[in-house]
Design a protein around this ligand. Structure first.
Ligand code: ADP
Ligand code: ASP
Ligand code: MG
Length: 814
């Protein structure tokens, strides 16, 4: 004898029922088969909805009823195109009964648990009949036996307890003489000793199947569902979840108790005692191996077997100095809840006994609060304890594994990975057996927490980075292209799964929590929603993805103003925008503080020297205990271009115009030529060396003519370059006379910084600087004689993009 159970989706359409029938047909060739079925997928919910609507005098129950009717009728007709009439007659009869029951509920304006059970039985009664009769129509030896004649319970409606001695006797008795090869049983529904209709609790068809499997002492129980086994975590919330091949009864029970819906928790009990393995299989993918739940020990490297979650949890906290050392508080508390039939899912108690914290289902919270406040009325009145505190909108997330007790550091890893992602843990519970570590978190963080934990415990080799890029002009565009090109390399070689999840320019923005396909990103972006800086932030926040990174590829002050918000959400910030780091010292410091506090790195390597590793190197020197004594640098790609091309055969105006045309200057060239841009860079280097400094503290010795400095517009400024050509030629002539080159130099020495145009003699490291190259010389305590020199292209879209890219990868290795 074989016992199989098919769930709601498996019998949810004529197409799936055909799959079920062919599986049963194949099995029946080998042995007799008992098949337990659920209601057609979604029907139990619809029956309960119709009941609630009728109870509250809402005529919508009629439309709900009609949907229930239509679903069944079309399945019957699709399965039996030529001979559906007898099945339709039965369905018609049952549905008439159902309609009368709903009308009755409507009339009396009430639905008791007993009526509710009566109502939902229609789901399984219909599905089991339709399947058995369809099989008969196809010439198979099948029979529908009403499980209510076998499974006997108490009258605890909606979740009745089984009377095993009567039930087992019924099952043995019936099947000892059942003649058909295939018996179809409705799951979930039963009957009380007094003949009332009862149910075994939502999801209870699994339980019916286990009761029958145990009653018949079969070799194995098969649960056929819509996924290929029990997964490492909820596959609806974590894409990377995968089926667990083998798992112990205890682990399966813990996972299902803590929310793995694939198995109804009580299912394990009857088969556990008899050591009957449960095999979970996928109706839609019968060839997949599925999961075996048994007592067989299979060695595994991973002490964590699975992660599960329960939503709609409320936390109750009872606390007060009057509780300390006085026995009986917990007893009274639990007695109160038990009298109200409230299930306690999680308990934590501080060792001081000052407080007890309980996790219960949110639906029970009102009753629980009232009952507890009454129980402790006196103590509350005497201020020995506080009125019970209630928090809602919470979820439990549990790590499960029999072998966790033999491994150190699992909870540490759990908490630190959640902490890094800004997930606040409200309560923690760990049984002494250490098969389960549970935490209570905000409902809105569940998906992120499951994904984070799954990555840490099951995919530790790959790390997902979720990138939000704002500004896809020259540099941003190159960055996106570089990411697109390197995606596979990063995954294969660095185990980094780099996904762009948000993109924006000044006009439009797009998001995709599953990763934006970069194939036609420009076109997709141009069809995106209207861009706004706040909107971009809100999306990044509400997607709530682990390892989120905001990348600022603008030069915009308002974007820089939002870093604080990103960091507070534990979203890392990578910026080539210099504004934040060269703003007031207090703002710079505050961003650094937030970065530390919220575990969100703030990286801005490209603020100085584009892709050259200047800030990172400086950071490494400082971190390893070195001290910077002085810095000398040529940091402006645009000024280098200008002075490398300006001589007595060219005109200053023409060279500046050319630099602008080739994209080497800011749109307003005065920012470069006045030295402000270089001043910002040396300011950032000084600050990163540990010095408190503001932009005003930097001495800026201008080389522009007086008129140039005082010009009011870009056009005026260009005119002064023409008018004052002789001034610029005299700068060139003076340098040439001394055999020197003109370079715009930034200096930091003895706590002071300056920027100015300098005449550089032959032999000096700056003398031969070409094109738009940058150079930085660090003199430190360790590099006191010969400086550490970093030199190379310090401007340009490609190198700046690769600098940003390097910062992003640094986060991946973090
Ligand atoms: P059935 O109707 O076949 O009884 P259920 O809907 O009751 O199916 O259970 C299967 C569903 O359980 C899956 O579709 C999946 O969404 C959910 N689920 C939650 N956690 C897990 C898990 N750890 N492994 C597998 N499925 C899970
Ligand atoms: N149909 C019932 C429910 O939806 C029982 C089951 O599917 O297991 O809860
Ligand atoms: Mg189920």
């Amino acid at each position: 004898m074989k016992v199989l159970k098919f769930g709601g989706t498996s019998v949810g359409s004529s197409k799936n029922i055909n799959k079920v029938i062919s599986i049963l047909d194949a099995y029946a060739k080998e042995s007799k088969v008992v098949c337990v079925v659920s209601a057609v997928g979604g029907i139990t919910d619809k029956l309960l909805l119709a009941g609630m609507q009728a109870q509250s005098k809402d005529n919508a129950f009629k439309a709900t009823f009609q949907i229930i009717k239509d679903v069944h009728f079309s399945i019957i007709k699709e399965l039996n195109p030529d001979n559906s009439s007898s099945i339709l007659n039965y369905a018609e009869e049952k549905l008439n009964e159902l309609e009368s029951l709903l009308n009755g509920i409507f009339l009396i304006n009430e639905i008791s648990p007993k009526t509710s059970d009566k109502l939902v039985t229609f789901g399984e009664l219909l599905s089991s009949f339709i399947i058995a009769e369809t099989m008969k129509n196809r010439g198979l030896s099948a029979y529908r036996k009403n499980a209510q004649e076998l499974v006997v319970t108490n009258a605890n409606f909606t979740k009745a307890e089984v009377d095993y001695s009567v039930t087992n006797a019924n099952i043995k008795d019936y099947f000892s003489s059942a003649k058909e090869n295939i018996t179809i049983l409705p799951g979930f529904i039963a009957r009380s000793t007094f003949g009332e209709q009862t149910t075994l609790g939502r999801g209870g068809s699994d339980f019916t199947a286990a009761i029958v499997a145990a009653g018949l002492h079969v070799e194995q129980l098969e649960i056929w569902t819509d996924v290929s086994g029990m997964f490492t975590t909820n596959p609806k919330l974590v894409k990377q979840a995968r089926p667990i091949e083998t798992i112990s009864y205890q682990e399966a029970m813990e996972l299902s108790h803590f929310g793995a819906k694939v198995l109804y928790p009580p299912t394990v009990q009857p088969v556990l005692d008899l050591n009957i393995p449960i095999h979970i299989k996928n109706t839609m993918e019968p060839e997949a191996v599925g999961t075996i739940i048994s007592n067989e020990f299979v060695a595994s490297n991973n002490p964590v077997k699975g992660i599960s979650n329960i939503s709609n949890i409320a936390l109750l906290t009872l606390q007060g100095s009057g509780m300390v050392g006085i026995p009986g508080f917990s007893k009274r508390l639990f007695e109160t809840l038990s009298n109200e039939k409230i299930n306690v899912i999680l308990i934590t108690q501080a060792s001081s006994e000052h407080s007890i914290c309980l996790g219960i289902e949110a639906k029970d919270v009102e009753i629980a609060k009232t009952a507890i406040d009454i129980t402790f009325e006196n103590e509350i009145a005497l201020h020995k304890i506080d009125p019970i505190q209630v928090e809602t909108n919470l979820s439990i997330v549990a790590l499960v594994g029999d072998n966790m007790k033999n491994h150190q550091g699992i909870s540490g890893k759990m908490f630190s990975s959640l902490g890094k992602n800004n997930i606040n843990i409200r309560a923690i519970a760990q049984g002494a057996s250490e098969k389960n570590i549970s935490i209570v978190i905000e409902e809105t963080d569940v998906k992120k927490a499951l994904n984070t934990l799954h990555e840490v415990f099951f995919e530790s080799i790959t790390k997902q980075l979720n990138v939000f890029i704002t500004g896809v002009g020259n540099v941003g565009e190159r960055l996106v292209e570089q990411i697109k090109q390197q995606k596979k390399y990063l995954k294969d070689n660095l185990k980094i799964n780099l996904r762009v999840v948000g993109l924006s320019n000044s006009r439009t923005m797009i998001f995709n929590g599953g990763g934006i396909s970069l194939k036609n990103w420009k076109e997709d972006l141009s069809n995106g929603e209207k861009a706004s800086l706040e909107g971009f932030f809100e999306n990044a926040k509400s997607l709530n993805l682990r390892n989120s990174i905001f990348v600022d590829v603008t030069a915009n002050k308002d974007v820089a103003g939002l870093y604080e918000k990103y960091l507070r959400e534990s979203i890392a910030v990578v910026a080539c925008n210099k504004i934040a780091c060269s703003s007031t010292f207090s703002n710079y410091k505050e961003l650094k503080r937030l970065s530390l506090k919220y575990n969100a790195p703030f990286l801005f390597e490209t603020n100085v020297g584009a892709g050259l590793p200047i800030i990172d190197t400086l950071g490494n020197l400082i971190a390893s205990g070195d001290k910077v004594t002085s810095i000398q640098a040529v940091l402006s790609g645009s000024l280098n271009f200008v002075f490398n091309n300006f001589n007595d055969t060219t005109k200053f105006y023409d060279v500046v115009k050319q630099a602008a045309a080739e994209g080497y200057t800011e749109p307003d060239p005065r920012i470069d030529l006045s030295g402000v841009d270089v001043a910002r860079k040396i300011l950032i280097l000084a600050r990163e060396s540990g010095v408190t400094m503001d932009l005003e503290d930097i001495e800026n010795i201008p080389f522009l003519s007086k008129a140039g400095l005082e010009s009011n517009s870009v056009d005026d400024f260009y005119q002064t370059l023409i008018d004052d050509e002789s001034h610029y030629q005299s700068l060139f002539a003076s340098a040439k006379a001394k055999d020197c080159q003109l370079k715009y130099v930034a200096k930091f020495d003895n706590g002071k910084a300056s920027v100015s145009l300098q005449e550089i003699p032959k032999g000096h490291p700056f003398y031969n600087l070409e094109g738009s190259d940058n150079i930085v010389m660090f003199y430190t305590e360790r590099y006191s004689q010969q400086p550490m020199i970093i030199k190379g292209a310090g401007a340009g879209a490609d190198v700046t993009a690769s600098g940003l890219f390097a910062d992003i990868i640094r986060l991946g290795n973090n």
